[in-house]
Ligand binder design. Structure first.
Ligand code: RIB
Length: 312
């Protein structure tokens, strides 16, 4: 499935979280009450929003970021990392007396992970902040959000986007207890995993038939496009009840799946044409990019650049 190189570079605004990730590698994840030794430990850029922005920027997108950091050393490091990838950072505020978001990522020898996040500044984005930087939204082709920032900021950002007919993309991760109906109404493209899809639709998603049923529910909710990430099984898509199908993944040995979903989203959006006519090719590109991410440790350090994908 060859993807023609897009002459036009998509303008993408990510409204999302930024974390400083501390990754701890261990043979196996500890049980409650247990202490285990670690083989390696390192810090690096993370946060679903920042990871998706970096994946988009490394794969040909023109990317702006809207979000909040603490006025601390971690915040400074994250800004530098985003700038290194040519991401426009003037939509980011550094807030006083609050910590920058952080994540503690434990990865075992099978590539499984467990993550604890501390939201910090990610949870303190005000509506005024979003309004102040709204031109970043209205001048973009796509606005992407996840659920690691406060809901009010996402709603505000998506409201502004919808007023100007800008395509909104919601990655409902980490899995919410329930999803706000208002936010669903403002979403054009929904990119959940199976668990997140179950929560949103209130139905089980354990086989193909259930996946198709869930897709119908999502479209009835008013969402035009559904793309479900299925881990090693690839991805499923459904476009307005008109076209649907599966795109298989690349068969690789995973060392660390952290940021695999983020890479998929950021990379695929850079290749998606605004009429969605090349959905399969764009999803295949996202799968290709995330197949490299899972073979490397860490979040942002593992996200590939466009030139690494040419020969896969
Ligand atoms: O999706 C991976 C990300 O989730 C990590 O980088 C971590 O920061 C958490 O937000």
């Amino acid at each position: 499935m060859e993807l023609e190189r897009k002459a036009y570079m998509s303008k993408i605004t990510v409204l999302g979280s930024m974390n400083l990730d501390t990754t701890i590698r261990t043979e196996r994840l500890p049980m409650p009450g247990e202490t285990v030794h670690s083989q390696e430990m390192f810090t690096g850029g993370g946060g679903k929003g920042a990871n998706q922005a970096i994946a988009a920027a490394r794969n040909g997108g023109i990317v702006s970021f809207i979000g909040a950091l603490g006025d601390d050393a971690a915040g400074k490091t994250i800004l530098e990392l985003l700038e290194q990838d040519n991401i426009k950072i003037h939509g980011i505020k550094q807030l006083e007396n609050i910590r920058t978001g952080s994540a503690y990522v434990m990865v075992d020898d099978k590539g499984e992970n467990s993550i604890i996040i501390h939201g910090g500044a990610n949870q303190k984005i005000s509506d005024d902040h979003i309004v102040e930087v709204s031109s970043l939204i209205t001048e973009s082709d796509y606005v992407i959000a996840q659920l690691e920032t406060n809901l009010s900021s996402i709603k505000k950002g998506f409201e502004i986007a919808k007023q100007m007919h800008i395509t909104t993309i919601l990655n409902p991760a980490p899995a919410p207890k329930q999803i706000s109906e208002e936010l669903i109404q403002l979403t054009d493209i929904l990119i959940p995993n199976e668990t997140e899809l179950e929560i949103i639709t209130g139905t089980k998603v354990t086989n193909q038939e259930e996946l198709y049923t869930a897709a119908q529910i999502v479209h009835q909710m008013g969402i035009r496009v559904l793309i479900v990430t299925l881990g090693s099984k690839g991805a499923f898509y459904s476009f307005s009840n008109v076209r649907s199908g599966f795109v298989s993944s690349y068969n690789v040995e995973a060392k660390d799946t952290t940021a695999a979903g983020d890479t998929f989203i950021g990379a695929l959006v850079t290749k998606l044409s605004t009429d969605m006519s090349n959905m399969e090719e764009a999803i295949n590109y996202g799968n290709k990019a995330s197949s490299l991410t899972v073979q490397r440790y860490g979040a942002q350090p593992s996200i590939p650049y466009e030139n690494e994908l040419i020969h896969i």
